[in-house]
Design a protein around this ligand. Structure first.
Ligand code: F6P
Length: 548
């Protein structure tokens, strides 16, 4: 079980407060000037992956004190508790074992007195066999035609992970299968996706851990109606609908054949589930072997996370950095900036992973927290983002730490494109760090033909304070293995943050109230009755009724 404590009472926290007063006035330019080895000192590497922390507002002492904090809150014991399958998701009484889904060792892993690994392997074999049938053309639709389009219907963790991975690894995609995702209950999502599809050659994957999520069940029903409009006979559903769920009973009740169910278990959290049967759409799109490479990449990061000393431990150090900015600098957001078009969905995926996990204000003791927890995660692919929100990162009034992520080799080597892309990556991190002084601006402008009055007016607007922190993450080339590394790194970072903040990272009670109220209002809208609401909600419902 996770220990309960108040991080602000830790000795290291008090030391960090003092240390913050010494370090925060320092400029990164100064820190780089003082230490020519700064890049080496603050870089971490795992196989091909490079994590450069040197452009952060830290000294060696910062990381030592943060690491001391991690030790004081007994992080190593917490890590072991997770890997060993203790019920650390205490508010739901569950173990947290997404790591078991990518554990290729021969060890045994007990949950409730049973070794869970044989069951994991069994479902993996089922997925593999299914993919083989699909890709070889053995699995056909009801008219005997080969399936050429797979549609994943799910939301949240049953959508964001698989969709992000399929997009990130698009260049590895199987040629004879296309993949789409329907998630939003807005009918537009289903209508636009189904518009161009042929029921004879389309297969639906209904992905829902609970199989009770309103959006997913509604979309699944719509897909089945759309299918039956053409296929007519319900017996054909078997060839076109499969389900991924922990709730076998509900799936059977929905009408999906029991042999078409790919199971997983309540010890897999929704936002940590892409490694489970929820990854079936990934395996369909890329082939099962690629999916396995993804799992192996994650396994390598798991081993590193479990074994590396805290100071050399990549997810731990990145989590501690985030604590440094959130709790000492008071930063409220964190930007994720992939310089890889294929990774453009990574910020969306990380939003759920981190904000649903650590967007909490009650600690593990049931008390309100007295410090800030999860910052807002946001971002977009470079270089597009440079032309939208980078202005604020460079010259706005808020401090925004960021992750820049890029491969050294493009999946689409096209002329000079990649060198151009990466020159922007390097330039932005350099510009954010260095900024541009008044003196430099004046010097630059003085070489232009302008009056001294115009020059003086312009100078303050062209100054960049710099000292904006960024972490650079680079890898040789995006592969399923590397992506597995990267995602697992962010998963473990999220866990470490939650351990230090003393919150439960694996529940999500905050999504319940909206669901509950929507259920009530849905009844009112469909049956034309009205409950008592506040005047705003009543006014909005009335507006809808008048105008629908
Ligand atoms: O948004 C709440 C949530 O429970 C997520 O945690 C989960 O990923 C998503 O809904 C979908 O849930 P399910 O897979 O059970 O349909």
């Amino acid at each position: 079980m996770l220990k309960n404590y108040s991080p602000t009472q830790a000795k290291a926290w008090q030391k960090l407060e003092k240390h913050y007063r010494e370090v925060s006035p320092k400029h990164l330019r100064e820190l780089f000037a003082q230490d020519p080895q700064r890049f080496e000192t603050f870089s971490l590497q795992l196989e091909d992956m490079l994590f450069d922390l040197s452009k952060n507002r830290i000294t060696e002492e910062t990381l030592l004190l943060l690491t001391e904090l991690a030790e004081e809150v007994e992080l190593p014991a917490a890590i072991e508790s997770m890997f060993r399958g203790e019920p650390i998701n205490a508010t739901e009484g569950r173990a947290v074992l997404h790591t078991a889904l990518r554990n290729f060792s021969d060890e045994s892993l007990q949950v409730d007195g049973e070794n869970i690994l044989p069951e994991v392997r069994e479902v993996q074999q089922q997925m593999k066999a299914f993919c083989h049938k699909l890709h070889s053309g053995e699995w056909t639709g009801y008219t005997g035609k080969q399936i050429n389009h797979v549609v994943n219907i799910g939301i949240g963790g049953s959508d964001l992970g698989p969709q992000m991975v399929c997009e990130a690894l698009k260049s590895y995609k199987k040629e004879n299968i296309d993949i789409s995702f329907i998630s939003n209950v807005d009918g537009t999502d289903a209508a636009e996706t189904l518009r161009h599809l042929n029921p004879e050659t389309t297969l639906f994957i209904i992905a829902s851990k609970t199989f009770t999520t309103k959006e997913t069940i509604t979309n699944a029903n719509t897909a089945r109606e759309w299918f039956l409009k053409k296929a007519e006979d319900k017996a054909h559903v078997k060839k076109h609908f499969v389900a991924l769920s922990t709730n076998v009973e509900a799936v059977v009740e929905f009408g999906i054949a029991s042999e078409n169910i790919f199971r997983f278990w309540d010890w897999v959290g929704g936002r940590f589930s892409l490694w489970s049967a929820i990854g079936l759409s990934i395996a369909c799109a890329l082939g099962y072997d690629r999916f396995e490479e993804l799992l192996k990449g994650a396994e390598a990061m798991d081993k590193h996370f479990r074994q590396a000393p805290l100071r050399q431990n990549i997810p731990v150090q990145l989590a501690l950095l985030s604590i440094w900015y959130t709790n000492f600098f008071g930063c409220q957001t964190h930007a994720v900036l992939p310089y890889d078009q294929y990774l453009h969905l990574l910020p969306d995926y990380l939003q759920q992973l981190m904000m649903e996990s650590n967007g909490k204000s009650t600690d593990r003791n049931g008390q309100p927290v007295k410090y800030q927890t999860q910052p807002v995660i946001w971002g977009a692919a470079g270089t597009n983002s440079q032309h939208s929100f980078f202005q604020l990162i460079h010259q706005g009034t808020v401090l925004i730490p960021s992750d820049f992520i890029a491969p050294a080799v493009s999946q689409n080597p096209l002329g000079q494109h990649h060198a151009l892309l990466l020159s922007n990556f390097f330039a932005q991190t350099e510009a954010l760090m260095k900024g541009k002084t008044e003196e430099e601006v004046r010097d630059e402008l003085s070489r232009k033909n302008m009056s001294s009055e115009a020059l003086e007016q312009l100078v303050p607007h062209k100054v960049f304070a710099g000292n904006k922190p960024s972490t650079s993450i680079m890898f040789k080339q995006m592969t399923p293995y590397v992506l597995g590394n990267l995602i697992a790194m962010y998963e473990h970072k999220t866990f470490v943050q939650g351990v230090v903040w003393n919150v439960y990272s694996f529940d999500q009670w905050g999504v319940e109230l909206g669901k509950q109220l929507a259920g009530t209002i849905e009844g009112e809208l469909l049956q034309d009755k009205q409950e008592n609401h506040d005047s705003s909600t009543t006014g909005l419902i009335d507006y809808y009724r008048i105008n629908r």
